[in-house]
Unconditional design. Structure first.
Length: 697
């Protein structure tokens, strides 16, 4: 077989030839990014890898681990894949082996290169195979490094590029010759992407389609009645496991056909024959019901992918109950977490409430299956209630109402995080394939629950930090009406860097500040507290507005926190009805005059705090007549993904104009209620309204 190939993907193809690998992939890691992009694919259809075109470095899967460890990763088969990477195993529940090597040159990682073999591959990777893959990675790294140095880095956008393995012709006479060589009667040939490259007249007649319409078409496009989960799964299984597969399907309106698939690196030969007549078989999916339950479960398990969106323990419980339990026809589910050496009930759906009481507070050293599976790391399956009752007599009242039960240990990074209990109304056999899927599901749930626990802990910490850093209430200042609101983001941790404050400077003067530290997390909140404290200290020391910002900027720059802050500070002299203010990259304040007209305060906008230690700021003065309303706000109030910023500020001005006769507390509620229109806000909101010499209302 010739190995003369060209192009920067040549090392991958040579390694495939040298190691008899049937599949190969190259992921690229752009400089500064945290996401791997599938750039080159050989030996398998690109559609089957659609969910994995882009993989974050934090995703538990082989390629990110190879990048993080800077070492070769070897997965010997389905069992190891399910144990180490449950999400990958759920997406591809097939038996295959794979090895992944990082592409590294002089300390820079450019991505990964991967090879795949059939399940018949020995459990260990041979020295020759390892050497071939490492050499491919080194050669590829050299090529990518040279291209980057020459100013023409290899980039990838969109779908991966599919390349052919040397010597693996897939069309014309070569395809027909291969088909004849594989089958005693040539019928149909597919390339590795599922496209029909040859179809005999007999096959066309059986399928009820003209041969010219089938030639060159994708199988599922040409024959839409085959677009059913079971049939597609049989095809993917043949392609990924590289073993013969067969199934029967109903060709409309009433012709049953038998399909036999014979795959190799060049494509798939498909033999189509009439199936034996069976008067009892009328349902097009009847054949699917006769196969192992794992096929249906595999497609339903795609629903488990939504677990990656769970942000709290309550979300995990809801998703398990709403998405996972129906996939298994389960009657009840209970999720237990580990806390201080005991099991704690995080939540349950379905079944009697006594389930929670039965396991809540149970020691991890108890004889309960819920605790034992955590000790052993192996799930426990009880196909009948009698078996559960014998293993766990204390569960007798619960077992009487259940037909079967599964206990799944939830372990993340070697730590026990909980147990998932699935209960069934009827006896359930738990086939070996189904047990493998449930084991993978346990790994996925463990990761989701671990993230959820961490999120809940950080959330509680963040909310406590936020409440401690913002004013509990504004000071009462004679001659001034004030109202403030803070609305956390709907995305993230419900905490952010937005802040406000009202500071009594002397008998007739107050300082007001509003600002926004970059980000909405614990780091931003902590830095916000430092900025607010600094502004209060400089203001009470008598500094002018521009000097307050200049000093705060120097402090923030010296802290070298890597975050920036916008700020608007105003010193309001209630006796003289004048104000001096200065701004650092903050949205303009709005002033509603006694006549109801609203305008923005024109300022000499200064640089954001924390960028340039020597930045200068300027103080601008403005009259503040009796009855005017000053509105200070952060950008979360006016910046929406689907709205123009100027239009949003104009809309806010209109609301201020109409609210002149309201108490400021009521007006503040109206303003933030209007700002809640977007369902998902990526930023928090702070608002401070001031009305000097406001009359009693």
């Amino acid at each position: 077989m010739s190995t003369e190939v060209t192009g920067w993907e040549a090392p991958l193809l040579r390694a495939m030839v040298e190691t008899d690998a049937y599949a190969g992939m190259i992921y690229l890691l752009p400089p500064g990014e945290q996401v791997l992009h599938l750039a080159v694919l050989a030996g398998v259809p690109k559609d089957v890898l659609g969910p994995w075109y882009h993989v974050g470095l934090a995703t538990p899967s082989p390629s990110p681990e190879a990048v993080q460890r800077r070492d070769l990763v070897w997965i010997s088969g389905q069992a190891e894949m399910a144990r180490r990477y449950p999400r990958v195993a759920l997406d591809y529940p097939y038996s295959f082996a794979m090895a992944v090597a990082p592409v590294v040159a002089h300390g820079t990682c450019y991505g990964t290169v991967s090879l795949g073999w059939t399940a018949s591959h020995p459990e260990e990777l041979s020295a020759a195979e390892r050497g071939s893959l490492i050499t491919a990675a080194e050669d590829l790294a050299t090529t990518l490094e040279r291209a980057a140095a020459e100013g023409r880095p290899v980039r990838h956008e969109g779908e991966p590029r599919v390349v052919s393995v040397p010597g693996a012709g897939a069309d014309g006479a070569a395809s027909l010759t291969g088909l004849i060589g594989r089958l005693p009667e040539g019928l149909c040939a597919l390339d590795p992407q599922g496209r029909i490259t040859f179809v005999s007249s007999t096959a066309a007649a059986l399928l009820g389609e003209p041969a010219e319409r089938l030639q060159g078409a994708l199988l599922w496009t040409a024959l839409p009645w085959l677009r059913r989960p079971f049939y597609e799964d049989s095809y993917w299984a043949a392609l990924l496991v590289r073993q013969p597969t067969s199934f029967e399907a109903l060709c409309p309106p009433d012709r049953w056909l038998s399909f036999q698939l014979y795959p190799d690196v060049t494509g798939t030969s498909m033999r189509i024959t009439p199936a034996a007549a069976d008067p009892a078989r009328t349902d097009p999916l009847a054949a699917a019901h006769a196969v192992p339950r794992v096929t249906a479960l595999y497609h339903l398990m795609h629903l488990a992918g939504v677990l990656t969106e769970a942000v709290g323990v309550d979300d995990v419980v809801d998703l398990v109950a709403g998405q996972i339990m129906p996939a298994f026809d389960g009657r009840a589910v209970a999720l237990l977490t580990v806390e201080a050496g005991r099991l704690r009930a995080a939540g349950h759906r379905g079944g009697p409430a006594e389930v929670v009481d039965l396991f809540h507070g149970m020691s991890l050293t108890s004889a309960s299956p819920a605790a034992q599976v955590l000790a052993t790391g192996a799930p426990a399956f009880f196909p009948t209630s009698d078996e559960l009752r014998q293993a766990f007599p204390e569960a007798a009242p619960w077992a009487d109402s259940m037909g079967a039960c599964a206990f799944l240990p939830l372990t993340a990074s070697g730590r026990p995080v909980g147990t998932c209990i699935l209960a069934f109304a009827e006896p359930h056999p738990f086939t070996s394939d189904e047990r493998a899927v449930l084991t993978s599901l346990g790994g996925l749930l463990a990761q989701a629950l671990d993230r959820a626990n961490l999120y809940d802990s950080k959330h509680q910490l963040a909310r406590g930090l936020q409440s401690g850093l913002l004013p509990r209430k504004l000071p009462v200042v004679p001659g001034l009406e004030a109202a403030a609101r803070y609305i956390p983001a709907t995305q993230g941790m419900d905490v952010g860097g937005d802040f406000y404050d009202l500071i009594r400077l002397d008998e007739t003067t107050v300082g007001a500040v509003i600002g926004d530290v970059q980000g909405h997390n614990v780091t931003a909140a902590a830095l916000m507290g430092q900025v607010r404290t600094a502004i209060r200290a400089y203001a009470t020391a008598g500094a002018a507005p521009a000097e307050v910002l200049a000093r705060t900027n120097r402090l923030l720059t010296d802290l070298d926190a890597g975050l920036f802050a916008s700020c608007f500070y105003i010193s309001l002299d209630l006796g003289r009805r004048r104000a001096g203010f200065s701004t650092a990259g903050h949205p303009p304040a709005l002033l509603r005059g006694p006549d109801g007209q609203v305008r923005t305060l024109e300022t000499a906008d200064g640089l954001l705090l924390g960028i340039d230690r020597e930045a200068e700021y300027r103080t601008v003065t403005e009259p503040m007549p009796d009855g005017c309303i000053l509105a200070l706000y952060t950008d979360g109030l006016v910046e929406y993904l689907d709205a123009d910023l100027e239009d949003a500020i104009t809309d806010l001005a209109g609301r201020l104009s109409c609210g002149g006769n309201q108490r400021l507390e009521s007006l503040a509620d109206d303003v933030v209620r209007h700002a809640k229109r977007p369902q998902h806000r990526g930023d928090d909101i702070a608002l401070l309204l001031l009305r000097p010499h406001a009359a009693e209302r």
